[in-house]
Design a protein around this ligand. Sequence first.
Ligand code: OFO
Length: 156
Amino acid sequence: MLKEKMLNAINEQINAEQYSSLLYLSISAYLHDQGLSGFANWMYVQYQEELSHATKFFDYVVERGEKVELKAIEQMPTTWDGIIDIYEATLEHEQLITSSVHNLMDIAIEEKDHATQSFLRWFVDEQVEEEANVTEILDTLKLINGQGKGSLMLDR
Ligand code: OFO
């Protein structure tokens, strides 16, 4: 059993993770179209990871004997202004997801829901890793101005 506030917030998070997955799939489509298949593949892997995050939350709600409420997913962007813009948008999006995961943890603490706190710890750690990975790529892209041979080499 989950308290109503906790359940509602997790259902919102399922929507956020589904949005994340489609955002990265949309970026992957854009990058393929730009001829950057290496970056497109990286984004496709992120798409699959985000789908697995949505599924983890889904399974957790079911395991606790509650009902998942799926919601409409907002239209994601379909075009960007180059590779630096993409990684800046990705970092910004991951920071947003980090704050929603932290908000879930705040609710779990407030509700004294120890099982959900334990479940969420994986996501707290995962966000640290994801932000670090995106930041590292973004820093490298900035060094080479996101274009020219350097960017093609990074794509490979
Ligand atoms: Fe990187 O967002 Fe899922 O948790």
